[in-house]
Design a protein around this ligand. Sequence first.
Ligand code: CA
Length: 238
Amino acid sequence: MSKPTILVVEDERPLAETLVYNLSKEGYDVHLASDGQEGLRKAQSLLPDLVVLDLMLPVIEGLEVCRQLRAGNRTRTIPVLMLTARGEEVDEVVGFQVGADDYVTKPFKIKPLLQRIRALLRRKIAVDSSSGDQLQSHGIEIDRLQHRVLVDGQEARLTPTEFRLLWALLKQPGRAFSRPDLMGAGMGDDAFVLERTVDVHIKALRQKLGRHAARIETVRGVGYRFLNGPPEEAVSTD
Ligand code: CA
């Protein structure tokens, strides 16, 4: 397999250089952009295997870059790891509006960051190499080959992580998944993903499922389960 390509979009010079140095040392093909516009342009031309995206960027800010990546047909499935300055931004970053796959809060240590990157790349490879398959349940259709989800016939734009979570839930309806189960299914076996992150992704996924939201049921003290019945039968649990 050729070297995975990583695009780093970061304007703080010392941090950018540290990232480029360490990622290159790990064997990745690393490209750097120092503002949001350059980041978008490079992402669209390189189609990297992963983007490390700073939140606060000149010209176009990180949230907007992420939104535009998610809106582009060729860039929508590229995993995005966001670098954030504050914990409070997590909901917005990982959630519905923007759709980053993971985040780290500055200042961060390089070793856990590299582990998160490896986990995101493993997930991407798993998705890329899986054979086409489809699941459906009372108005929700999911096509793994086309990476498409239809909710009552309308396309729902899910992030790669939301997509994998929905796939795991729909594949075994009625099963109560623990948060660690879902982390494994949706985010790769990465001990560094926080359980809280699962909740944020589920919240975003529910919003995108519209009237089917309550079919992802909260199982108290455990995690979540998917109800394989029409949405009218589901009762919202939160
Ligand atoms: Ca910055």
